[in-house]
Write a protein that binds this ligand. Structure first.
Ligand SMILES: [Mg+2]
Length: 385
């Protein structure tokens, strides 16, 4: 099997009425799909969640010329080749996310050529893993409670909410949601990078009383010292990693003893290969892996291949904010029952993209992102006032 050509498809969705969160009012969502076309007609699928125009340029203008003609099932060698080509400006950020999307597509093709699902190639026995609903943004506590009950009714057993509005409001929200979901279900909280160590310690004491499942990113990702300082002072597990890249980045976090739960994301940190390496490293330190995903269903499925295969795989994240790249992109939608996401037994990732959905949201110019606040990325001038 040889690579014939690469295709980078940038997708953009605009909310009619977006959600409020720590970054402001979210107006839309972005993601990049990477298709690896081969001489056999088989196509590998991957995704990147980064600056879409940079992903396009890196894949189409730098990596494509050296990948065309290569055997895509030679995943490890191609990963190194892509890394060495982008190292000077890459290592963390868009280049790592772009090469990770290709890595995931190569895993898809390796599975298709061997007629085996990726989870099985990674050592997994069951095509399933726990999944949690990621939603509950900045709303009044009563609205959050109602939303949380709805997510449990849909089949989730764990839900994640966003904090960072000050201790008093955060506490009211946590209490309302815990009451709504009832015992037997777990609440996860995301600190939205809005805390300092003393305040996070107070927050964690309240979270402990409510049996919160983990506290995520109370601090900015560069502030490793605050994670290290907080962790021994609290008993709620501390999680982070959505803003980390590559095995080396996670090695630094793990070596510093900053975290209880690591959150790599195949669409950001270097693909399925790198998430698996991070999971193995975490296992050696007796840490759990709960992958991050906030961009599309291909990412969820890519992450789930690893989580389902490793013994320290805790759960995957599924965006439940009405993101069509999560709900509509696959011909066979994601299904969660009793908190468990099912994976396909079909070869590779076992996913098929819906061409109509791709056409509906495809950016006409892949290098031009219209002004807007796309949850994690902002383009244009901030609104006055
Ligand atoms: Mg987060």
């Amino acid at each position: 099997m040889k690579i014939d050509h690469l295709e980078t498809i940038n997708l953009l969705f605009e909310y009619e009425n977006g959600f409020e969160y720590a970054g402001g009012k979210c107006t839309g969502r972005l993601t990049s799909l990477i298709l690896v076309h081969t001489d056999t007609g088989q196509v590998g699928i991957g995704s990147a969640y980064s600056h879409p125009a940079l992903v396009y340029l890196i894949v189409q203008h730098q990596l494509a010329p050296v990948l065309i003609g290569e055997d895509p099932t030679d995943v490890e060698r191609l990963w190194k080749k892509m890394y060495q080509l982008t190292r000077w400006y890459g290592r963390k950020g868009a280049a790592m996310s772009a090469l990770g999307a290709l890595d995931t597509a190569f895993w898809d093709l390796r599975g298709k050529s061997l007629d085996k699902p990726v989870w099985s190639l990674l050592g997994g026995r069951q095509p399933a893993c726990p999944a949690y609903a990621s939603a509950l943004l900045w709303k009044p506590p009563a609205a959050q409670a109602e939303e949380a009950s709805g997510l449990i009714e849909q089949g989730f057993r764990r839900v994640k909410m966003r904090l960072g509005r000050g201790l008093e409001r955060d506490e009211a929200s946590v209490r309302a949601v815990c009451k709504a979901i009832g015992s037997g279900h777990d609440l996860i909280v995301d600190g939205s990078m809005r805390y300092d160590v003393p305040t996070a310690e107070k927050l964690a004491a309240m979270l402990q009383q409510q049996n919160v499942f983990w506290l995520e990113e109370p601090f900015e990702p560069e502030d490793i010292d605050s994670f290290v300082s907080l962790r021994p002072k609290i008993s709620v597990p501390l999680a982070a990693g959505e803003n980390e890249f590559g095995l080396q980045g996670f090695r630094e976090l793990i070596r510093a003893r900053a975290l209880d739960i690591v959150q790599p994301d195949a669409s950001r940190c270097g693909g399925i290969s790198e998430v698996k390496k991070v999971a193995d490293l975490a296992l050696a330190e007796r840490l759990q892996v709960a992958t991050h995903s906030w961009s599309d269903a291909v990412t969820v499925i890519a992450n789930a291949q690893v989580v389902s295969a490793v013994e320290n795989g805790l759960t995957v994240e599924i965006d439940q904010t009405g993101n069509p790249f999560v709900t509509d992109l696959l011909l066979e939608p994601l299904t969660v029952r009793d908190g468990i996401l099912s994976l396909s037994r079909a070869p590779g990732l076992g996913v098929q993209l819906d061409p109509e959905v791709i056409n509906r949201y495809r950016m006409a110019d892949p290098l031009h992102v219209p002004d807007g606040l796309y949850s994690d990325m902002f383009f244009g001038r901030p609104a006055e006032g």
